[in-house]
Design a protein around this ligand. Structure first.
Ligand SMILES: Cc1ncc(COP(=O)(O)O)c(C=O)c1O
Length: 390
Protein backbone atom coordinates (compact mmCIF):
# COMPACT_ATOMS: atom_id res chain seq x y z
CA UNK A 1 0.00 0.00 0.00
CA UNK A 2 0.89 3.61 -0.39
CA UNK A 3 2.88 4.27 -3.56
CA UNK A 4 4.06 7.86 -3.43
CA UNK A 5 3.39 9.03 -6.98
CA UNK A 6 4.16 12.59 -5.87
CA UNK A 7 7.81 11.78 -5.31
CA UNK A 8 9.94 13.20 -8.11
CA UNK A 9 12.28 10.80 -9.85
CA UNK A 10 15.39 12.00 -11.67
CA UNK A 11 15.07 10.42 -15.13
CA UNK A 12 17.82 12.38 -16.85
CA UNK A 13 20.86 10.32 -17.95
CA UNK A 14 18.90 7.08 -18.16
CA UNK A 15 18.75 7.19 -21.98
CA UNK A 16 15.04 8.00 -21.81
CA UNK A 17 13.38 9.72 -24.77
CA UNK A 18 11.28 12.05 -22.65
CA UNK A 19 14.22 13.83 -21.05
CA UNK A 20 17.42 12.73 -22.79
CA UNK A 21 15.80 12.86 -26.23
CA UNK A 22 14.09 16.21 -25.78
CA UNK A 23 16.59 18.26 -27.77
CA UNK A 24 16.11 16.09 -30.85
CA UNK A 25 12.37 16.83 -30.85
CA UNK A 26 12.12 20.32 -29.30
CA UNK A 27 15.51 21.92 -29.90
CA UNK A 28 16.26 22.27 -26.18
CA UNK A 29 16.45 20.06 -23.11
CA UNK A 30 15.17 22.36 -20.35
CA UNK A 31 11.41 22.10 -20.94
CA UNK A 32 8.76 20.65 -18.63
CA UNK A 33 8.45 17.22 -20.24
CA UNK A 34 4.73 16.64 -20.82
CA UNK A 35 4.97 14.78 -24.11
CA UNK A 36 5.74 11.14 -25.15
CA UNK A 37 3.48 8.48 -23.61
CA UNK A 38 5.39 7.02 -20.70
CA UNK A 39 5.03 7.80 -17.01
CA UNK A 40 7.33 9.55 -14.55
CA UNK A 41 6.53 6.85 -11.97
CA UNK A 42 8.48 3.87 -10.71
CA UNK A 43 7.20 0.43 -11.74
CA UNK A 44 5.52 -1.83 -9.15
CA UNK A 45 7.93 -3.26 -6.59
CA UNK A 46 7.15 -6.79 -7.85
CA UNK A 47 8.51 -5.82 -11.28
CA UNK A 48 11.75 -4.43 -9.85
CA UNK A 49 12.19 -7.60 -7.79
CA UNK A 50 11.62 -9.83 -10.81
CA UNK A 51 14.14 -7.92 -12.93
CA UNK A 52 16.72 -7.91 -10.10
CA UNK A 53 16.30 -11.63 -9.67
CA UNK A 54 16.94 -12.17 -13.37
CA UNK A 55 20.16 -10.13 -13.21
CA UNK A 56 21.48 -12.57 -10.62
CA UNK A 57 22.08 -15.01 -13.45
CA UNK A 58 24.81 -13.65 -15.72
CA UNK A 59 23.73 -15.12 -19.07
CA UNK A 60 21.20 -13.25 -21.22
CA UNK A 61 20.78 -15.62 -24.15
CA UNK A 62 17.72 -16.46 -26.25
CA UNK A 63 14.47 -17.00 -24.39
CA UNK A 64 11.35 -19.11 -24.28
CA UNK A 65 8.15 -18.03 -22.57
CA UNK A 66 7.70 -19.97 -19.32
CA UNK A 67 4.58 -21.90 -18.48
CA UNK A 68 2.33 -19.49 -16.70
CA UNK A 69 3.39 -16.44 -18.70
CA UNK A 70 0.39 -16.30 -21.03
CA UNK A 71 -1.88 -17.63 -18.29
CA UNK A 72 -0.97 -14.54 -16.23
CA UNK A 73 -1.95 -12.29 -19.14
CA UNK A 74 -5.19 -14.24 -19.71
CA UNK A 75 -6.09 -13.98 -16.02
CA UNK A 76 -5.53 -10.21 -16.16
CA UNK A 77 -7.78 -9.71 -19.20
CA UNK A 78 -10.44 -12.00 -17.74
CA UNK A 79 -10.47 -9.99 -14.53
CA UNK A 80 -10.27 -6.51 -16.03
CA UNK A 81 -12.00 -6.89 -19.38
CA UNK A 82 -14.27 -9.86 -18.84
CA UNK A 83 -12.55 -11.53 -21.78
CA UNK A 84 -10.43 -14.65 -21.64
CA UNK A 85 -8.23 -15.12 -24.62
CA UNK A 86 -6.97 -18.64 -25.06
CA UNK A 87 -3.21 -18.48 -24.22
CA UNK A 88 -2.45 -20.37 -27.44
CA UNK A 89 -3.92 -17.47 -29.46
CA UNK A 90 -1.39 -14.96 -28.14
CA UNK A 91 1.80 -14.02 -30.01
CA UNK A 92 4.69 -12.00 -28.64
CA UNK A 93 6.00 -8.96 -30.45
CA UNK A 94 8.39 -6.33 -29.03
CA UNK A 95 5.69 -3.70 -29.46
CA UNK A 96 2.21 -3.04 -30.72
CA UNK A 97 3.68 -1.18 -33.69
CA UNK A 98 5.76 -4.21 -34.69
CA UNK A 99 2.50 -6.16 -34.66
CA UNK A 100 0.82 -3.46 -36.73
CA UNK A 101 3.51 -3.57 -39.41
CA UNK A 102 3.44 -7.37 -39.43
CA UNK A 103 -0.35 -7.39 -39.81
CA UNK A 104 -0.23 -4.87 -42.65
CA UNK A 105 2.39 -6.97 -44.45
CA UNK A 106 0.56 -10.23 -43.82
CA UNK A 107 -3.02 -9.19 -44.57
CA UNK A 108 -2.87 -6.39 -47.14
CA UNK A 109 -1.02 -5.72 -50.40
CA UNK A 110 0.87 -2.61 -51.56
CA UNK A 111 -1.68 -0.12 -52.84
CA UNK A 112 -4.50 -1.44 -50.63
CA UNK A 113 -6.52 1.10 -48.68
CA UNK A 114 -6.58 0.99 -44.90
CA UNK A 115 -9.06 2.92 -42.77
CA UNK A 116 -8.01 4.98 -39.71
CA UNK A 117 -9.80 7.55 -37.54
CA UNK A 118 -7.82 10.77 -37.14
CA UNK A 119 -6.85 12.65 -35.17
CA UNK A 120 -5.15 9.40 -34.14
CA UNK A 121 -1.83 8.02 -32.91
CA UNK A 122 0.43 9.28 -35.72
CA UNK A 123 2.40 6.07 -36.48
CA UNK A 124 -0.76 4.54 -37.97
CA UNK A 125 -0.46 6.88 -40.92
CA UNK A 126 3.34 6.83 -41.19
CA UNK A 127 3.47 3.02 -41.03
CA UNK A 128 0.92 2.72 -43.82
CA UNK A 129 2.83 5.23 -45.92
CA UNK A 130 6.18 3.53 -45.28
CA UNK A 131 4.69 0.20 -46.35
CA UNK A 132 3.11 1.70 -49.46
CA UNK A 133 -0.53 1.33 -48.40
CA UNK A 134 -3.17 4.00 -48.97
CA UNK A 135 -4.58 5.85 -45.97
CA UNK A 136 -8.34 6.38 -45.77
CA UNK A 137 -9.29 8.91 -43.12
CA UNK A 138 -12.59 8.64 -41.26
CA UNK A 139 -12.12 11.84 -39.29
CA UNK A 140 -13.70 11.95 -35.85
CA UNK A 141 -16.22 14.69 -35.14
CA UNK A 142 -15.41 17.11 -32.30
CA UNK A 143 -18.34 18.91 -30.73
CA UNK A 144 -18.91 20.37 -27.26
CA UNK A 145 -15.64 18.96 -25.94
CA UNK A 146 -16.36 15.40 -27.07
CA UNK A 147 -15.32 13.18 -29.99
CA UNK A 148 -17.70 10.90 -31.88
CA UNK A 149 -17.60 8.83 -35.06
CA UNK A 150 -19.00 10.06 -38.38
CA UNK A 151 -20.73 6.79 -39.24
CA UNK A 152 -21.99 7.87 -42.64
CA UNK A 153 -18.43 8.57 -43.71
CA UNK A 154 -17.20 5.37 -42.03
CA UNK A 155 -19.72 3.29 -44.00
CA UNK A 156 -18.71 4.96 -47.25
CA UNK A 157 -14.95 4.59 -46.73
CA UNK A 158 -15.27 1.01 -45.48
CA UNK A 159 -16.39 -0.01 -48.99
CA UNK A 160 -12.96 0.79 -50.39
CA UNK A 161 -10.82 -0.55 -47.54
CA UNK A 162 -9.24 -3.94 -46.84
CA UNK A 163 -8.31 -3.29 -43.23
CA UNK A 164 -9.39 -1.02 -40.39
CA UNK A 165 -6.92 0.09 -37.73
CA UNK A 166 -9.12 0.70 -34.72
CA UNK A 167 -7.76 2.65 -31.76
CA UNK A 168 -9.76 1.46 -28.78
CA UNK A 169 -9.61 3.27 -26.41
CA UNK A 170 -8.66 6.09 -28.71
CA UNK A 171 -5.43 8.06 -28.46
CA UNK A 172 -5.52 11.08 -28.37
CA UNK A 173 -9.30 11.72 -28.11
CA UNK A 174 -9.46 9.73 -24.87
CA UNK A 175 -12.69 8.04 -26.00
CA UNK A 176 -13.73 4.65 -24.67
CA UNK A 177 -16.11 3.39 -27.35
CA UNK A 178 -19.60 2.56 -26.11
CA UNK A 179 -21.46 -0.68 -26.83
CA UNK A 180 -23.71 0.91 -29.44
CA UNK A 181 -20.75 2.49 -31.25
CA UNK A 182 -18.87 -0.81 -31.21
CA UNK A 183 -21.91 -2.68 -32.51
CA UNK A 184 -22.20 -0.26 -35.44
CA UNK A 185 -18.50 -0.52 -36.22
CA UNK A 186 -18.65 -4.31 -36.10
CA UNK A 187 -21.67 -4.35 -38.42
CA UNK A 188 -19.98 -2.13 -41.03
CA UNK A 189 -16.74 -4.17 -40.88
CA UNK A 190 -18.71 -7.38 -41.27
CA UNK A 191 -20.71 -6.04 -44.21
CA UNK A 192 -17.52 -5.02 -45.99
CA UNK A 193 -15.40 -7.99 -44.91
CA UNK A 194 -12.86 -5.69 -43.27
CA UNK A 195 -10.09 -7.19 -41.17
CA UNK A 196 -9.69 -5.22 -37.93
CA UNK A 197 -6.44 -4.44 -36.15
CA UNK A 198 -7.78 -3.40 -32.76
CA UNK A 199 -5.09 -1.47 -30.91
CA UNK A 200 -6.16 -1.79 -27.28
CA UNK A 201 -2.88 -0.74 -25.67
CA UNK A 202 -4.68 1.85 -23.50
CA UNK A 203 -7.47 -0.48 -22.37
CA UNK A 204 -6.27 -0.76 -18.76
CA UNK A 205 -6.20 3.01 -18.22
CA UNK A 206 -9.94 3.66 -18.15
CA UNK A 207 -11.75 6.00 -15.75
CA UNK A 208 -15.06 5.41 -14.02
CA UNK A 209 -17.78 5.03 -15.16
CA UNK A 210 -16.46 4.06 -18.61
CA UNK A 211 -15.90 0.39 -19.42
CA UNK A 212 -13.67 -0.98 -22.13
CA UNK A 213 -15.00 -3.74 -24.38
CA UNK A 214 -12.54 -5.96 -26.25
CA UNK A 215 -13.34 -5.98 -29.97
CA UNK A 216 -13.00 -9.77 -30.21
CA UNK A 217 -15.67 -10.20 -27.54
CA UNK A 218 -18.36 -8.47 -29.63
CA UNK A 219 -19.40 -11.47 -31.73
CA UNK A 220 -18.13 -14.68 -33.26
CA UNK A 221 -17.55 -12.80 -36.50
CA UNK A 222 -15.47 -10.15 -34.70
CA UNK A 223 -13.41 -12.81 -32.96
CA UNK A 224 -12.50 -14.47 -36.25
CA UNK A 225 -11.75 -11.23 -38.09
CA UNK A 226 -9.53 -9.25 -35.77
CA UNK A 227 -6.22 -8.91 -34.00
CA UNK A 228 -6.35 -7.56 -30.45
CA UNK A 229 -3.12 -5.76 -29.54
CA UNK A 230 -2.43 -5.20 -25.85
CA UNK A 231 0.69 -4.62 -23.78
CA UNK A 232 1.87 -4.08 -20.21
CA UNK A 233 3.85 -1.06 -21.39
CA UNK A 234 1.28 1.70 -20.81
CA UNK A 235 -0.34 0.01 -17.81
CA UNK A 236 2.86 -0.64 -15.84
CA UNK A 237 5.32 1.75 -17.50
CA UNK A 238 7.40 -0.96 -19.17
CA UNK A 239 7.77 0.43 -22.72
CA UNK A 240 11.56 0.12 -22.57
CA UNK A 241 11.27 -3.64 -21.97
CA UNK A 242 9.52 -4.12 -25.30
CA UNK A 243 6.80 -6.67 -24.58
CA UNK A 244 3.36 -6.87 -26.09
CA UNK A 245 0.58 -9.41 -26.41
CA UNK A 246 -1.06 -9.89 -29.76
CA UNK A 247 -4.15 -12.08 -29.74
CA UNK A 248 -5.27 -13.63 -33.04
CA UNK A 249 -8.14 -16.07 -32.49
CA UNK A 250 -8.38 -17.18 -36.14
CA UNK A 251 -5.94 -20.07 -36.64
CA UNK A 252 -5.12 -19.45 -40.28
CA UNK A 253 -4.48 -15.73 -39.70
CA UNK A 254 -2.44 -16.46 -36.59
CA UNK A 255 -0.22 -18.94 -38.38
CA UNK A 256 0.39 -16.52 -41.23
CA UNK A 257 1.25 -13.74 -38.76
CA UNK A 258 3.56 -16.00 -36.74
CA UNK A 259 5.31 -17.29 -39.83
CA UNK A 260 6.12 -13.76 -40.92
CA UNK A 261 7.25 -12.79 -37.41
CA UNK A 262 9.51 -15.81 -36.99
CA UNK A 263 10.94 -16.29 -40.45
CA UNK A 264 10.56 -12.93 -42.15
CA UNK A 265 11.11 -10.40 -39.38
CA UNK A 266 12.86 -12.42 -36.65
CA UNK A 267 11.33 -10.60 -33.70
CA UNK A 268 9.56 -13.37 -31.78
CA UNK A 269 12.12 -14.21 -29.09
CA UNK A 270 11.24 -12.05 -26.12
CA UNK A 271 13.44 -10.04 -23.82
CA UNK A 272 15.30 -11.61 -20.86
CA UNK A 273 14.07 -8.89 -18.49
CA UNK A 274 10.75 -8.17 -20.13
CA UNK A 275 9.44 -11.71 -19.66
CA UNK A 276 9.78 -11.86 -15.85
CA UNK A 277 8.82 -8.18 -15.56
CA UNK A 278 5.56 -8.53 -17.49
CA UNK A 279 4.60 -11.75 -15.70
CA UNK A 280 5.25 -10.17 -12.28
CA UNK A 281 3.24 -7.10 -13.24
CA UNK A 282 0.18 -9.12 -14.26
CA UNK A 283 0.45 -11.45 -11.28
CA UNK A 284 1.36 -8.99 -8.52
CA UNK A 285 0.79 -5.47 -9.85
CA UNK A 286 -2.89 -5.07 -9.00
CA UNK A 287 -2.55 -2.87 -5.92
CA UNK A 288 -0.05 -0.55 -7.61
CA UNK A 289 -2.34 -0.37 -10.64
CA UNK A 290 -5.40 0.59 -8.59
CA UNK A 291 -3.42 3.35 -6.87
CA UNK A 292 -2.12 4.54 -10.23
CA UNK A 293 -5.66 4.90 -11.61
CA UNK A 294 -6.66 7.00 -8.57
CA UNK A 295 -3.61 9.24 -8.91
CA UNK A 296 -4.19 9.76 -12.64
CA UNK A 297 -7.85 10.61 -12.08
CA UNK A 298 -6.85 13.12 -9.40
CA UNK A 299 -4.29 14.65 -11.77
CA UNK A 300 -6.96 15.04 -14.44
CA UNK A 301 -9.37 16.61 -11.94
CA UNK A 302 -6.64 18.94 -10.74
CA UNK A 303 -5.71 20.04 -14.25
CA UNK A 304 -9.32 20.54 -15.31
CA UNK A 305 -10.12 22.67 -12.26
CA UNK A 306 -6.90 24.69 -12.42
CA UNK A 307 -7.44 25.49 -16.11
CA UNK A 308 -11.07 26.47 -15.56
CA UNK A 309 -10.13 28.79 -12.71
CA UNK A 310 -6.92 30.27 -14.00
CA UNK A 311 -6.65 29.74 -17.76
CA UNK A 312 -10.21 29.36 -19.08
CA UNK A 313 -9.07 29.95 -22.68
CA UNK A 314 -7.41 26.51 -22.60
CA UNK A 315 -9.72 23.54 -22.04
CA UNK A 316 -8.99 19.98 -21.07
CA UNK A 317 -10.82 17.52 -23.32
CA UNK A 318 -11.82 15.24 -20.48
CA UNK A 319 -10.64 11.73 -21.32
CA UNK A 320 -12.48 8.50 -20.56
CA UNK A 321 -9.15 6.69 -21.00
CA UNK A 322 -5.40 7.34 -21.38
CA UNK A 323 -3.08 9.66 -19.47
CA UNK A 324 -2.39 11.70 -22.59
CA UNK A 325 -5.48 13.88 -23.13
CA UNK A 326 -5.88 16.84 -25.44
CA UNK A 327 -5.96 20.49 -24.53
CA UNK A 328 -8.27 22.52 -26.76
CA UNK A 329 -6.30 25.73 -27.38
CA UNK A 330 -8.41 27.04 -30.26
CA UNK A 331 -9.62 30.07 -28.27
CA UNK A 332 -6.09 31.49 -28.42
CA UNK A 333 -6.78 32.17 -32.11
CA UNK A 334 -3.37 30.98 -33.33
CA UNK A 335 -2.43 28.05 -35.56
CA UNK A 336 -1.06 24.77 -34.27
CA UNK A 337 2.58 25.59 -35.08
CA UNK A 338 2.20 28.85 -33.12
CA UNK A 339 0.73 26.90 -30.18
CA UNK A 340 3.80 24.64 -30.14
CA UNK A 341 6.14 27.64 -30.38
CA UNK A 342 4.26 29.48 -27.62
CA UNK A 343 4.44 26.47 -25.29
CA UNK A 344 8.14 25.96 -25.93
CA UNK A 345 9.26 29.58 -25.90
CA UNK A 346 6.88 31.27 -23.44
CA UNK A 347 5.72 28.43 -21.18
CA UNK A 348 8.83 26.26 -21.28
CA UNK A 349 6.84 23.07 -21.79
CA UNK A 350 7.12 20.17 -24.24
CA UNK A 351 3.72 18.86 -25.41
CA UNK A 352 2.80 16.89 -28.54
CA UNK A 353 1.32 19.02 -31.31
CA UNK A 354 -2.23 18.12 -32.30
CA UNK A 355 -1.53 18.48 -36.01
CA UNK A 356 0.83 15.49 -35.92
CA UNK A 357 -2.20 13.25 -35.23
CA UNK A 358 -3.68 14.11 -38.62
CA UNK A 359 -6.75 16.01 -39.79
CA UNK A 360 -8.87 17.33 -36.92
CA UNK A 361 -5.89 17.68 -34.58
CA UNK A 362 -5.06 21.30 -35.39
CA UNK A 363 -6.84 22.98 -32.48
CA UNK A 364 -5.18 20.78 -29.85
CA UNK A 365 -1.98 20.07 -27.99
CA UNK A 366 -1.60 16.71 -26.21
CA UNK A 367 -0.46 16.74 -22.59
CA UNK A 368 0.92 13.83 -20.56
CA UNK A 369 -0.55 13.88 -17.03
CA UNK A 370 1.31 10.77 -15.82
CA UNK A 371 3.72 12.89 -13.88
CA UNK A 372 4.03 14.34 -10.40
CA UNK A 373 1.16 16.75 -9.69
CA UNK A 374 3.71 19.47 -8.94
CA UNK A 375 4.66 19.44 -12.64
CA UNK A 376 1.05 20.09 -13.64
CA UNK A 377 0.86 22.92 -11.09
CA UNK A 378 3.99 24.42 -12.57
CA UNK A 379 2.58 24.07 -16.08
CA UNK A 380 -0.66 25.92 -15.23
CA UNK A 381 1.25 28.59 -13.33
CA UNK A 382 3.60 29.24 -16.26
CA UNK A 383 0.76 29.09 -18.81
CA UNK A 384 -1.24 31.66 -16.84
CA UNK A 385 1.77 33.96 -16.57
CA UNK A 386 2.64 33.62 -20.26
CA UNK A 387 -0.91 34.42 -21.36
CA UNK A 388 -1.08 37.45 -19.04
CA UNK A 389 2.13 38.75 -20.60
CA UNK A 390 0.38 38.56 -23.98
C1 LIG B 1 -2.46 3.78 -29.54
C2 LIG B 1 -1.02 3.38 -29.40
N1 LIG B 1 -0.57 2.28 -30.04
C3 LIG B 1 0.71 1.88 -29.93
C4 LIG B 1 1.61 2.59 -29.17
C5 LIG B 1 3.04 2.16 -29.12
O1 LIG B 1 3.13 0.85 -28.75
P1 LIG B 1 4.50 0.07 -28.74
O2 LIG B 1 5.50 0.89 -28.01
O3 LIG B 1 4.13 -1.21 -28.02
O4 LIG B 1 4.85 -0.17 -30.17
C6 LIG B 1 1.19 3.74 -28.48
C7 LIG B 1 2.14 4.54 -27.69
O5 LIG B 1 1.89 5.60 -27.24
C8 LIG B 1 -0.16 4.13 -28.60
O6 LIG B 1 -0.63 5.22 -27.97
Amino acid sequence: MGVNFDEAIERRHTNCSKYDGMTASFGRNDLLPLWIADMDFPVPEAVTEAVKKRTEHPVYGYNVFPEGYYAAFAAWTAKHHNWSSDPSWVCHTPGVLTALSTAILAFTKPGDSVLIQPPVYFPFQSTLEALDRRVLNNQLVYKDGYFTIDFEDFEEKAKAATMFIFCSPHNPSGRVWKQEELARIEAVCRENDLFVFSDEIHSDIVYEPSRHTVFASLSEWAEQHCIVAMAPSKTFNLAGLEMSHITIPNKERREKFQYLLRYGLHVANGNSFGIPAAQAAYERGEEWYQELLCYLQENLDFLDKALRERVPQVKLVKPESTYIPLLDMSELGIDNQAMSDFLIEKVGAALNAGRTFGPGGERFMRINVATQRANLELFVERLEAALKQG
